[in-house]
Ligand binder design. Structure first.
Ligand code: EPU
Length: 337
């Protein structure tokens, strides 16, 4: 295996930030991961690059996960078990499952990124997190030099979080996820509680939606609200929605009755970061080439020619203004490399 040298990374991150990788290898089979040439001290495992802020040149080895494949692995009386390679495009995979007649992932339509990245930050949208459909995954462990199977009981899935993210296992290059198995229950229950989805279906007079109709509604909502990275580079929601204790939520609601609040099972309350950012005056506002999107203030966009430093500057300014207005510290969602 001959590693490529000094590869331009701009096409590999959806914020289109500049930077090079000293070494680069595209991985299209699991077996390639066992090569001794990949035992560099500094490694980074790259998926779709849709949750990444590049801080310039990377002096280590980038492993670009592109393992393909998707198949029905197994089925029992209760569920279908679908396996997909880590490099499969997430949205294409979801649409393929729907075409095969295996519903359950439709609420996660049009999320950018790859199958292998989905469990790391437990992607979620419109009332569903991937954890609810996750069965297990296979990963190559560079320290143990072995393939491991990891089932959901040890993944510690939480809101945009998992063991892989907490331990930085995947992103530090310790583990490379090669494939993921999803469990899709045969009893399908339509999930359109989320207000935007319910309204979109009601507007079409759909009262008992099919999985495809839910997918279509979500695709339309996302296309309307979220910028297409191919046109306006971005990394989706840039901050987590903050989780605060209910006393603070009540205090804020007394001052700001319109504040969206989502009570959680653990007693905490999730607030809408997009609302806080808009109220702090950042919706459609930029600092240099980086701003917050005009239709969804939670999405940070590169208006052209931005660097990682520009992103950090806008991020810090938004965080400072939200903190000054509401006393809330916003945490970024992407990984900084
Ligand atoms: N809002 C505003 N102004 C804005 C944006 C939002 O007032 O500029 C308000 C909305 O009116 C609404 C509330 O904030 O009352 C929530 O907004 P929205 O429904 O757009 O969802 P979100 O909380 O901003 C989250 C996820 C998205 C996911 C959507 C739909 C996070 C960090 N983001 O956004 O995920 O698609 O819900 O489920 O949890 C992502 O993680 O990259 C992502 C796009």
């Amino acid at each position: 295996m001959t590693l490529q040298q000094k590869i331009e990374l701009t096409p590999f991150n959806t914020l289109a930030l500049p930077g090079t990788a000293a070494c680069y290898q595209k991985i299209t089979t699991s077996a390639q991961l066992t090569a001794s040439e990949l035992l560099a001290t500094k490694r980074f495992i790259l998926g779709g690059g849709s949750n990444l802020v590049l801080n310039g040149d990377f002096s280590g080895l980038i492993l670009h996960m592109a393992i393909p494949g998707k198949r029905l692995l197994n089925e029992d009386a209760d569920a279908w078990y679908i396996e997909a390679g880590a490099g499969e495009n997430w949205h294409d995979f979801v649409q393929w499952t729907l075409r095969q007649g295996w519903p359950g992932l439709e609420n996660l339509s049009l999320i950018p990124g790859t199958v292998g990245a989905a469990p790391i930050q437990n992607i979620g949208a419109y009332g569903l997190e991937v954890a609810e459909r996750f069965h297990s995954l296979t990963a190559w462990d560079f320290e143990k030099r072995a393939f491991l199977t990891v089932d959901r009981s040890i993944c510690q899935f939480a809101y945009r979080d998992s063991l892989f993210k907490q331990q930085n296992w995947h992103l530090s290059g310790r583990m490379a996820i090669t494939s993921v198995i999803f469990r899709l229950p045969k009893i399908w229950i339509a999930n359109y509680r989320y207000a935007d989805v319910a309204q979109a279906l009601a507007a079409q007079s759909i009262t008992t939606p099919t999985p495809q109709q839910i997918a279509s509604a979500i695709i339309t909502i996302r296309q309307h609200k979220l910028p297409d990275p191919a046109i306006t580079p971005n990394a989706g929601s840039f901050f987590h929605n903050p989780l605060v204790d209910h006393k603070l939520a009540e205090k804020l609601a007394a001052d700001y009755p319109a504040l969206p609040r989502y009570p959680q099972a653990d007693g905490r309350v999730k607030l809408a970061a997009g609302w806080l950012i808009e109220q702090a005056g950042w919706k459609g506002k930029s600092l240099g080439p980086v701003g917050m999107y005009e239709k969804q203030a939670l999405v940070l966009v590169n208006h052209g020619g931005a660097t990682g430093a520009d992103v950090r500057r806008t991020m810090a300014a938004v965080q400072a203004d939200v903190k000054a207005h509401f006393g809330i510290a916003l945490t970024p969602e992407p990984i900084f490399l």
